[in-house]
Design a protein around this ligand. Sequence first.
Ligand code: FAD
Ligand code: SF4
Length: 569
Amino acid sequence: MNLLEFYADPESGAWDEVGFRPFPLGPPAGGRANASPVATRLADLRPEYDVVVVGSGAGGGVAARVLAASGASVLVVERGGWIDRDAPGLTHLHNHRLTVGRDGTSPDGHPRAIPRDDGSEEEVAPGDLRYRNNAIAVGGGTRFFGAQAWRFHPDDFRMATKYGVPAGSALADWPIAYEDLEPFYDKVEWALGVAGEVATGAAGRRRGYPMPPFPLSLEGARLALAADALGWTTTRVPLMINTEPRDDRPACIRCGFCVGFPCPVDAKNGTDTTALPSAVANGAHLVSRAQVVRISDAGTVDVVQGGSQRTICAGRIALAGGAVETARLLMVSGIGNEWVGDCLQGHTYAGAYGRFDDVVVDGLGPGPSIATLDFAHDNEGIVGGGMLANDFVKLPALFLVWALPPGAPHRDEDARRDVAATYLRTGHVMGPVQEVTTRAARVRLASSVKDAAGVPVARLEGRQHDEDLRGAHTLAARAQEWLDAAGATTTWTTAPTQTVLSGGQHQAGTARMADTPTAGATDPIGRVWGGDRIYVVDGSLHVTNGCVNPALTIMALAWRTAEHLAATG
Ligand SMILES: Cc1cc2nc3c(=O)[nH]c(=O)nc-3n(C[C@H](O)[C@H](O)[C@H](O)COP(=O)(O)OP(=O)(O)OC[C@H]3O[C@@H](n4cnc5c(N)ncnc54)[C@H](O)[C@@H]3O)c2cc1C
Ligand code: SF4
């Protein structure tokens, strides 16, 4: 057993050695929920629905909920299956935060392609970093997400006006403003459930959050004092997690592993536990392990499951396959203009670690506790910026890979001694840097690689804009300053030194909204330019991807488009 396997193995004694406690407050009482929303068999689907939603993640789940509640007949098609917390293959080494060799959950048969320098294509699987995976599951990314539930900053909607358009970029303003989305942020926060501290009456909000925040963590308390000393403003991290029982589901039991895994007690409010069950209860059909392979603006949806295929008729089609797959489906179907697939973006993560003399990690999940938005905008000399927060509780295996200082040994007894001594004494602050979007970072159809259904897969092209590196270094320096002020004896930054392919867990932008078809792929309500019945309700719509995590904005946009569909159906 190598050291990585040692830290991932619950039987090895490593977790006691470092002080990691998977269930610090005891095992889940009263059994576990963790049941899939009821799925319908392909053969039992109706021939026609008012709306077919492609994908069941953040956007698809919320759209289905709103449409089903309005009385529309709704079908949700999801190519992934239900992933239980104890699913075979899901381990500390194979999850959606640390993938060593293979992704523990994604089904076979959905490769992507990367261009080689000689023009040929390399096939990559979800476990390959270049796949830029989010998730393939009922609930999409929200089945595994960390549930940080941020609203975009008002300036995130007007990046070109605020900063100009950097050379080589396609930076643009959104066709809508924060104020247009505010009512829908509010609806999502209250319908799905967010815990946070902002009170009713705070600027730009009609009311506070439906649940109180988690108590400040040990690390959070240190960082709060440090921020005060630095004169920085802070806020508690809003989380789409129950801090009190809600909708027949329990409060979080503070287990030690949250991000990258389904919740053992269903206290995380992804669409898997909230919007999808609500949609199904209101009559929506969910067909899982089924893939939409083609759509038409005449309202046909071709669905395959194993060896079977059906064509379903739809009054309208709502695309929510995630930014890579939505663009791919539009291109495979020959729908949309020349913007489809362009402006693939995600977030560039940057931050810092700090080692303290005393224990600063309490190990209580989920972990993110305190944040500052002081560096989200108006940083001298860079475009945009990002939010900084302390990180999730780290699995010991992830700690070995991520959290040792530059030059420290990662193998053998030296590394083991180091991890044992520092696991509970290492603080970590990081955040997502807003990427400057370009048309060269894009999704195209592969010429030589097909999926198990025989459909050309997505080929991911291009790199991030150089500006993203400058933003990352600025944010990392602020993170280091915060940890220094908190009393860390050694600190070091983490920021990329070169641009890479964009996308990943925060993928967005490939069917961006615009006032005219010359500037984007969809109109300001999400209807694909050039089509009558086809709408986008996922992260593809984002013109820019914000200074914070994207899921709440994806959900708010989906709610807004779904209300439009319900009103005009
Ligand atoms: C480990 C992890 C942590 C994260 N943490 C956070 C966080 O703390 N806060 C935050 O805001 N965001 C977080 N995210 C990101 C967040 O989950 C995504 O931004 C969000 O889920 C994207 O929503 P979406 O609707 O665009 O697509 P997705 O949620 O990716 O859903 C798309 C779904 O469509 C399905 N699909 C695709 N094509 C087809 C097809 N042709 N037919 C049928 N089904 C199809 C896919 O299988 C997938 O399930 C995290 C993601 C991961 C993986
Ligand atoms: S920390 Fe996360 S996974 Fe663990 S119980 Fe709480 S919400 Fe669920």
